[in-house]
Design a protein around this ligand. Structure first.
Ligand code: SF4
Length: 120
């Protein structure tokens, strides 16, 4: 099976094809090695950085924006979101604080992507 991916590693946006052959994966159209790696990962185990929000108690904001510290498997996105939505943090929260460790056993932590002060 042959699939085409648009590389998002740099602004060149190369269109890269990956074809599974008996001797292995054949990659074409990549302008550099980073694109080859990107396309092979997209073909075998696509990953994405996840951003969302969680509840905050006693804070100046009611929701805290969060982001995963590294990409996680795209197939686990919904499962991870469910676990993240169970989190409720107490203000104050600081940028970069870990709000959830090892989400769904992926080895990925979820971090605060901004600070939230306590309610005055
Ligand atoms: S393959 Fe290389 S040159 Fe092309 S978009 Fe990806 S990173 Fe950029």
């Amino acid at each position: 099976m042959k699939k085409t991916y648009t590389c998002i590693v740099c602004p060149m946006s190369c269109r890269i094809t990956v074809e599974e052959q008996e001797e292995g994966m054949k990659v074409a159209g990549n302008g550099c090695g980073r694109g080859k790696e990107y396309a092979m990962n997209e073909h075998t185990l696509p990953k994405r950085t996840l951003t969302t929000t969680v509840k905050v108690e006693n804070g100046r904001l009611r929701r805290l924006p969060v982001i995963t510290d590294s990409p996680l498997p795209k197939a686990k996105r919904e499962e991870c979101l469910k676990e993240i939505y169970t989190v409720c943090v107490q203000a104050p929260v600081h940028y970069g604080d870990i709000v959830l460790e090892n989400v769904c056993g992926t080895g990925v932590d979820v971090l605060a992507s901004r600070s939230v002060q306590q309610k005055a």
